[in-house]
Design a protein around this ligand. Sequence first.
Ligand code: THU
Length: 156
Amino acid sequence: MKGIETFKNLEELDNESKYLVHKAKEAAHHAYAPYSKFHVGAALMLDDGTVITGSNQENASYPLCMCAERVALYAMASLHQGKRITKMAVVAHKKNHKELVAAASCGACRQVMAEFEERQHTPYEVIMHHTDSQWIKCASASLLLPFMFTSESLND
Ligand code: THU
């Protein structure tokens, strides 16, 4: 698909992407996931080289659980106004397992990820660990959500 590349091996990715994946893996250690036991880490590279990370944060009231991607994005927007995201990496593993499992961002996160591109008027790359040891690199977050809902619908 146009704008989406797949890689069999992390080593095939550029150094910055590998570094961001490493930061996402570190972030997954801070997940609070006693219910799903599914630990997700997300890392954002900003245009000044700052890295912002997030991990999933669960709650006994299940619908209140927050995905790693949105934790990272909202932290970035709150703490680093005026900066732009250039790249995002997302990984996941099960509790007490080092091997990564598929970390395909959920639909809600894709909606938020795409609107962040609108906010900054620039696309950013998304790297996700997919099934069968496949890595996916998208040139733009909005590619992950065709026909997305946008603020245009809310205009007068
Ligand atoms: N989760 C994420 O952090 N990101 C996603 O895109 C999918 C799901 C989290 C939410 C919940 O804590 C756990 O994974 C199981 O759904």
